[in-house]
Design a protein around this ligand. Sequence first.
Ligand code: MG
Ligand code: ZN
Length: 412
Amino acid sequence: MRSVQKSEPVFTPYFSKVIIMPIFRNFINQLKCVSILIVLFSFSGYSQEEYKDPKNKALKETYSGGPFYEVSHYPQKFSKKSPKNIILMIGDGMGLAHVFASMTANRGHLFLENFKQIGFSRTNSSDDYITDSAAGATALSAGIKTYNGAVGVDPDKKVVPGIRELAEKKGLKTGLVSTSAITHATPACFIAHTESRGNYEDIAAQFLTTNIDVFIGGGINNFEKRKDGRNLTNELKDKGYQVLYKISDIQKVKSGKLAGLTAESHNPIMPERGEMLVPATETAISLLSQSKKGFFLMVEGSEIDFLAHENITPGVVLETLDFDRAIGSALKFAASNGETLIIVTADHETGGMSINGGDYKTGMVTAKYTSGEHTGIAVPIYAFGPGAEEFTGFMENTDIAKKMMKLLRLIP
Ligand code: MG
Ligand code: ZN
């Protein structure tokens, strides 16, 4: 609701076409996202009730500083030339400004500064200069440009295999972690094939048709409260999965297959979510790294995008810092393992965010936004580990998938 700005009485055709229609379209596009945010904010102990007030722009724009964490630095020495494992980390909507605002908030440092090989990805989809998260994740997963809304299918709606399933076929262990529902567009493109990202129940059902080893995220309702009456968590249990709902139980799992469903739909935004992404990432890595043949893991910081749509800087910063700490966990593993490549990137930028002020001493940072939607600007790619040098310079988002597939020898 907050994304529909109260319309002024001036109602010229220009105003209608250029101002209202894009906002309205965005509103429809983001209806799910927004309604979830409204629910979240109404239960929120975020003490940011003021954000609900559309007039309170300054509060939305400025993160006033807060606690910070120390970042560790890891040597760039790897035992192998090519990776046995790949951890792909997608910050949904995370452009350079989102990263740099968070770096400022954390007193000038992020785990991301361990990444010395940096490139840029063009994010356009097959039918639009500006991608949505489904076409963006299909590009990162399957290495093809497709239409906005497509999940793992090409512009002709033909199924295209993604890196996770190719890895699974080759005997690698595979996993998905997200803070959103695990059925939401980004993770969906690494598990399912469907014409429209809104087919959540279809996407949930497709988890049963794979041999995925670990998945942790929200989305219980798509597994248990379904129109077709199936209870997919019971079916998962029959297939041998440990199905767990609390992160405190999830992080105790030491072996076997794991389905962690920590929210009915999306997990709450930070800070209400608490420790979820970091322990989920660590649990997934500890289970997948038991594989002799290697593993592929996708970890998504999903809700950076949600807050960027809302142009809420404190939310963007807290979500990006949470994601960076998950990156820290992946780095710790990769640095000791020596044959793990970590790729951190985004599916697109959200909000047209720019940084207009900051203070490294207090962590204060203030940002402005040119959009409530995704934008067309290229997004950074950060690579660490064997094969990282492949990811420098400008490239298509589809190249990232193809390069990862080649490095894991999934394609010639
Ligand atoms: Mg996403
Ligand atoms: Zn978005």
